[in-house]
Design a protein around this ligand. Structure first.
Ligand code: ATP
Ligand code: MG
Ligand code: MG
Ligand code: MG
Length: 485
């Protein structure tokens, strides 16, 4: 089943059950100073949950564009994490609660495809509930008929949902699919498990968190004015299940980008990997990273984000650079985006026609950014070549930490690239020296950031978005502070 069809069926199912179809909000979370990007379907409805505004409908359904930069390190390595993805969701504002949400979800999942559902075999589905949520247990078991041995009670981490910032929250119940013995141990969903993939989260939005001292301990202020429902079903994950592919980079809306990257670089995707995503050859991981990041870049620029040195624009810049770097590591030297971005557009424009009409503008930003980055790489390479020649003629085995740091700091030349090129020339890099200089600079930057009191909740997300994936160092704070001062 095509991704677009899954989306259509989802909307139709909930519309037939009294939900108003609400369009996706744009990716930049402009309504919430604590968030860079929309990371869940519920974000645009927060004022309704909190009782600050009266919703014009009591039931809503949407397909929300989402960005999750904290997941960036998972991309390509797990089968289920994209930096961009679409979250299908149905919402009740003081209308139905658990007794409504659970059967509505189950019905869509298990109804036959011929009859407008997703046609998933009920025996493959598992559910989790929050520790003491006997009410949810009862509905799953008695009303829906899920055998008790496939209902798992889990604690706060997985089964008490909140935004990661002050706002509405509550216990949740999640639906998982068993992907079969090829994916490892049986026994039901556990944290970070390959075999049981989380498909759908039903949040029983009942409490409110207030500002606190840190991300983990925003205290619960009390009950919300009403009991609400917020659900999120990963569209790409569902597509991977219904299309019978291993991971979300292989679904119809993503795979053509991956294939084009493989074609350009002469790689045979999957040829060197094990059967499942977790046993992947590094080249396959890179191809998935390229596919994911190119699509994410397209969607971000499409929603008005442009590459800059701060905030949202900086996240975009790093994501673009990661995709360009991955192409380079795959062996492609020239501009990659003119080859890949049009493919991403063709994948996504059927659902988001503005990507086609706006493509001229989108691609201008993207191609200019890539050109600039490629010249950074070229400039850095010249300096590095000289340094390598000097190191060699001095008979030293390692490039100095100073030089690596200077390349990184002054020329924006990524450290993993320095390592790679040095290695090609039979040299190592004084990683300790480099780390020391980075640590010094990072603590300066931290102090600086503290002084400016950015208080940005998504900073940790940033950190990973900024890290170009090398095992050596994280460059985010330093670059952010250096360039945005
Ligand atoms: P996981 O534990 O697999 O990381 P999650 O618990 O963080 O998922 P939720 O916050 O519950 O995810 O979001 C609701 C749904 O959105 C998930 O059940 C999943 O189907 C989907 N989803 C979440 N993160 C991603 C992602 N990075 N890429 C694709 N789909 C995602
Ligand atoms: Mg997650
Ligand atoms: Mg989860
Ligand atoms: Mg979840």
């Amino acid at each position: 089943m095509k991704t677009a069809e899954i989306k259509r069926r989802y909307l139709a199912h909930f519309e037939a059950n009294g939900h108003t179809v609400v369009p996706s909000a744009p990716l930049p979370a402009i309504s919430d100073p604590n968030l860079l990007f929309i990371n869940a379907g519920m974000v645009q409805f927060v004022p309704y949950f909190l009782g600050q505004q009266t919703p014009p409908y009591q039931r809503a359904v949407s397909v929300q564009k989402c960005i999750r930069t904290p997941d960036i390190d998972e991309v390509g390595k797990t089968s289920r994490h994209g930096t961009f993805f679409q979250m299908n969701g149905n919402f009740s504002f003081g209308d139905y609660f658990k007794e409504g949400a659970i059967p509505l979800a189950w019905d869509l999942l298990t109804r036959s495809a011929a009859d407008g559902g997703f046609g998933i075999d009920a025996d493959r589905l598992w559910v989790t509930i929050y520790l003491d949520d006997d009410e949810a247990h009862d509905i799953w078991h008695r009303k829906v008929g899920v055998p008790a041995e496939r209902i798992v009670r889990l604690g706060k981490g997985p089964n008490f949902w909140s935004m990661g910032i002050p706002g509405p929250c509550g216990p949740c119940s999640e639906i998982f699919i068993d992907r079969g013995p090829a994916y490892g141990r049986e026994g039901g969903p556990a944290v970070d498990d390959d075999r049981y993939m989380e498909l759908w989260n039903l949040v029983f939005m009942q409490y409110e968190r207030g500002p606190g001292t840190g991300k983990e301990d925003y205290p619960i202020l009390g009950e919300l004015p009403a009991k609400n429902i917020d659900t999120g079903m990963g569209l790409e994950r569902m597509a991977s299940v219904l299309q019978g592919v291993d991971n979300l980079y292989e679904i119809d809306e993503v795979r053509p980008i991956l294939d084009r990257a493989a074609e350009l670089t002469g790689k045979r995707y999957g040829a060197q990997s094990g059967q499942v995503a977790s046993e992947s050859h590094p080249d396959d991981v890179r191809l998935r990273v390229v596919a994911d990041h190119v699509r994410t870049s397209l969607m971000l620029i499409g929603d008005g984000v442009v590459p800059t040195n701060e905030g949202r624009g900086y996240v975009l810049r790093r994501i673009m650079r990661r995709s360009i770097r991955a192409m380079r590591l795959l062996g492609w030297q020239g501009p990659a985006l003119p080859e890949l971005l049009p493919v991403a557009r063709d994948c996504m424009a059927p659902s988001y026609p503005e990507l086609a009409t706006e493509f001229e503008r989108i691609s201008q930003y993207a191609y200019a950014e890539e050109d600039a980055f490629l010249s950074t790489l070229r400039a850095g390479t010249t300096i590095l070549d000289t340094a390598i020649a000097e190191t060699k003629s001095a008979g030293k085995p390692a490039l100095s930490g100073d030089k690596a740091f200077q390349l990184h700091d002054t020329y924006g030349f990524p450290i993993d690239l320095t390592l790679e090129i040095a290695a090609e020339q039979g040299l190592t890099v004084d990683a300790d020296g480099f780390r020391r200089l980075m640590a010094d600079q990072r603590s300066r930057a931290k102090a600086d950031a503290q002084a400016r009191k950015t208080g940005h909740v998504d900073l940790s997300a940033y950190r990973s978005a900024l890290d170009e994936g090398g095992p050596v160092e994280f460059t985010g704070y330093t670059e952010v502070s250096r360039e945005s001062r």
